[in-house]
Write a protein that binds this ligand. Structure first.
Ligand code: GTR
Length: 436
């Protein structure tokens, strides 16, 4: 690799993992400066009555709350396109040293090859009985970065971190396998899980006007002339929609146990995984890794990233209505503990990193904690602790949480916890025991 390429790769990695350059003075990083706030009660219905059982939650309060998140935060979620088709474009039964089957599948959302589409990369472990449970997640840099596997088709869309907006060739071979740690495919195969992933740029390039090159633009009635309504979905909405479309495919694949599919995401894609888990109850388990503001962290604490800041730097992520809460979190009718509550009774895991203050680790813990009353309606225990656990000390039953040493990233440690959590809830066990 020449020096220029090394620089380009490093720059892209930094874009993916870095915390923006901000003056600490502009944001709260000191627990003592967190303003007093009142969290909305997830059990309190709009008509003032209180939810007393799981039936009232499911039939009355949950739909009500979901609607507020759609209208005020992420925008309305579109449905499954009636004409969508899938094409398996490659299958290799003997990859990753014989440990896995690799399939590549293209989803054509409108059933036409020249219409909007996404490329799914699927690994299925070889040495276990099928069907197998699976993890699903979007990746930041292209399917070919997920494993050092020469057979994965190179991503051919927008290049994350590239200076030019719009469609630009991906860097190519030199980034193959560059995200092997965040995806830990070898560990997943050894533990008997399939992995299905899609490059998030297939669904929408991640910049303000990116929708013009993405699925939102392609599906909009007025195409590029579209003026989005204040409650139309943003980029997080279409990324989450894409996760559900991956699950649509998995339901057709006899190698996969589609009743045991976990959705996982990191950072902005962790926000996306939570929204996908909240809106699509087919996801049996949901994992948010360092998702922060607009993800697992409580907005009303205003610790680290704020609603105003996220809507300014990333104006395309949420719906227009969310901007009403810029510098005005106190008026938000919901907070993120209620997003986690929408996942109940399904298991959910939120993970923080000690140095990832921008994402507000305590706010992520408190969100998980304050979702507990809803899990309780189902007779389920949540975190089983009242105080934030120590570093590298995972806790929880139906709601899992850890804060690990280190920075904003997905590390092997994180995957070890997610796999142990999924093993427990899916009653699954393959390979050597992982610390629980
Ligand atoms: C940051 C953003 C965060 C987080 C992160 C990421 O710049 O402020 O909300 O999502 O990006 O996705 O890496």
């Amino acid at each position: 690799m020449n020096k220029l390429l090394v620089l380009v790769v490093c720059f892209n990695l930094l874009m993916c993992l870095s915390i923006p350059d901000l003056s600490a003075a502009d944001f709260i990083y000191d627990e003592g400066k967190v303003p007093s706030y009142t969290l909305p009660d997830p059990l309190l219905c709009a008509d003032g009555t209180k939810v007393a059982d799981s039936a009232a939650w499911k039939n009355k309060r949950r739909p009500e709350l979901l609607k507020i998140f759609e209208t005020e935060v992420y925008g309305r979620m579109q449905g499954k396109p009636a004409k969508m088709t899938f094409e398996i474009t490659s299958t290799d039964k003997n990859v990753l040293g014989g440990k896995a089957i690799r399939k590549e599948i293209t989803a054509y959302f409108l059933g036409t090859k020249n219409g909007p589409k996404m490329n799914i990369l699927l690994y299925v472990p070889n040495e276990v009985k099928k069907p197998v449970p699976a993890f699903v997640g979007l990746n930041f840099e292209g399917n070919h970065t997920v494993a050092k596997d020469p057979g994965i088709k190179l991503a051919d869309r927008w290049e994350r971190g590239g200076k030019e907006k719009g469609m630009r060739k991906m860097p190519g071979e030199e980034t193959r396998g560059s995200a092997s740690v965040p995806w830990s495919v070898d560990m997943l195969m050894a533990k008997g899980y399939a992995l299905a992933t899609v490059y998030y740029g297939d669904l929408e390039p991640d910049f303000a006007e990116g929708w013009k090159w993405g699925v939102r633009g392609a599906l909009a009635k007025n195409g590029l002339d579209t003026q989005f309504a204040a409650d139309d979905g943003g980029a997080i909405g279409i990324w989450a929609w894409g996760l559900s479309r991956i699950l649509d495919y998995l339901e057709t694949d006899s190698d996969i146990d589609a009743k045991h599919v976990a959705v996982m995401g990191h950072s902005r894609l962790g926000k996306t995984a939570l929204w996908a888990g909240a809106t699509d109850e087919r996801f049996a388990l949901v994992i948010s890794n360092n998702s922060g503001c607009g993800g697992a962290a409580l907005s009303k604490r205003i610790f680290g990233e704020t609603v105003g800041r996220i809507n300014t730097v990333f104006p395309h992520w949420f719906c227009g209505n969310f901007r009403k809460y810029n510098e005005n979190e106190k008026d938000l009718p919901v907070d993120q503990h209620e997003l986690i509550a929408l996942i109940a009774p399904r298991p959910v895991y939120a993970a923080s990193a000690e140095e990832d203050k921008w994402a507000d680790p305590r706010g992520e813990f408190l969100s998980a904690k304050n979702a507990e009353p809803v899990y309780k309606l189902f007779g389920l225990e949540g975190l089983c602790v009242d105080d934030m656990p120590g570093i590298d000390k995972p806790v929880g039953k139906t709601i899992g949480y850890h804060i690990r040493t280190g920075k904003h990233a997905v590390l092997e440690y994180d995957w070890e916890q997610y796999i142990a959590f999924a093993d427990r809830h899916f009653n699954h066990s393959v390979g050597s025991k992982v610390e629980k």
